[in-house]
Design a protein around this ligand. Structure first.
Ligand code: FE2
Length: 318
């Protein structure tokens, strides 16, 4: 690694008080690009070494409207360099799952990054995971909510993230309960009126942004290859909050009693969270990306946008 993480901070500059990240959208700058680990050659090598079964490949309509869903595909027979080339030329995104915690080189960087973040913010972080996402021009992510605290470290290209407040009408307790109970993936109902509450953040190389837990968001890429790390982490407060939502959701479904996280007495919340943990072990996993998204295309340089559809192409891809 050309970048010496022992003598340089990865985080360069906070645009507001780092200790307010739990409560406010907070921007800062970083030096991940200087490690050399996100240049073409390094990324190709990384993709070659990563197990194919642990690679997510998806597409969707360019600049997706907020209600659009993604479509999963395959990229068998391509080496890392070809795959990266296809991301640049095509219209899809790939993510080598768990690379930031499993690959020794990237995992070391991730540990350093989280250590600096923990120190700057003063947060107690119970667990963390980072997803490296390589995405084509004009790709995006639809309106959704993440259950853990989330931030995006952007490294190459340009994108815009649209962030919404973490409460009704942008996200309901019922939606959070259904996601925690694994009845739904993380997508949310969307209507154009929600744009009244949007905060738009433009991200270029070296920019990062974090937002309060349960803030819905969606993303649109610019006209270039995008390389980012999406990081999720949990704090004891988040674990307890999600435990309350989970427990209330289970009780509501079993008894019909209308529970509310907002009205749960503060002193009972730890007990709620413990109960949720016990119930969670017993609950079957109902919905996963694998069961809800069949593979509908193959990456192919001879096809339009490098996507060869299996069967009928969506109307927007024709
Ligand atoms: Fe997200």
């Amino acid at each position: 690694m050309a970048f010496d993480t022992d003598s340089h901070s990865l985080i360069q500059k906070w645009q507001k008080d780092a200790r307010r990240v739990r409560n406010e959208v907070t921007r800062f700058n970083h030096r991940l690009a200087e490690t050399g680990l996100f240049e073409d050659e390094a990324l190709a090598k990384l993709l070659d070494s990563h197990p194919y079964e642990e690679l997510t490949i998806c597409t969707m309509r360019p600049n997706p409207p907020a209600y659009e869903r993604w479509i999963a595909g395959e990229a068998r027979g391509l080496d890392g360099g070809q795959l990266l080339d296809a991301v640049k030329k095509g219209r899809f995104w790939i993510s080598p799952r768990h690379v930031m915690t499993v690959n020794p080189v990237y995992a070391e960087l991730f540990r350093r990054l989280m250590s600096e973040y923990r120190e700057a913010t003063g947060l107690t972080i119970a667990s963390s995971d980072g997803a490296l996402i390589l995405s084509s021009p004009h790709m995006g992510v639809f309106y959704h909510v993440d259950l853990a605290e989330t931030m995006l470290w952007h490294i190459r290209g340009h994108k815009t993230i649209h962030l919404y407040p973490p409460h009704e009408p942008f996200v309901s307790e019922a939606s959070l309960e259904a996601i925690l109970l694994k009845e739904n993936l993380t997508d949310l109902p969307y209507s154009p009126e929600l744009e009244a509450g949007v905060m738009q953040v433009d991200l270029g190389p070296g920019d990062a942004v974090s937002w309060p837990v349960h803030s819905p968001h969606r993303v649109c890429n610019g006209e270039d290859l995008n390389v980012s790390i999406s990081i999720e982490y949990t704090t004891p407060k988040t674990v307890m909050l999600n435990g309350v939502y989970y427990f209330n959701g289970r009780v509501r479904r079993m008894t019909g009693v209308n529970m509310s996280a907002q009205r749960t007495p503060a002193l009972l919340k730890p007990a709620w969270a413990i109960g949720a943990k016990a119930l969670k072990i017993l609950a079957p996993r109902k919905v996963t990306a694998e069961t809800t998204h069949e593979r509908r295309f193959d990456i192919d340089f001879s096809a339009k946008h490098c996507i060869a559809w299996r069967g009928q192409a969506p109307d927007w891809a024709a």
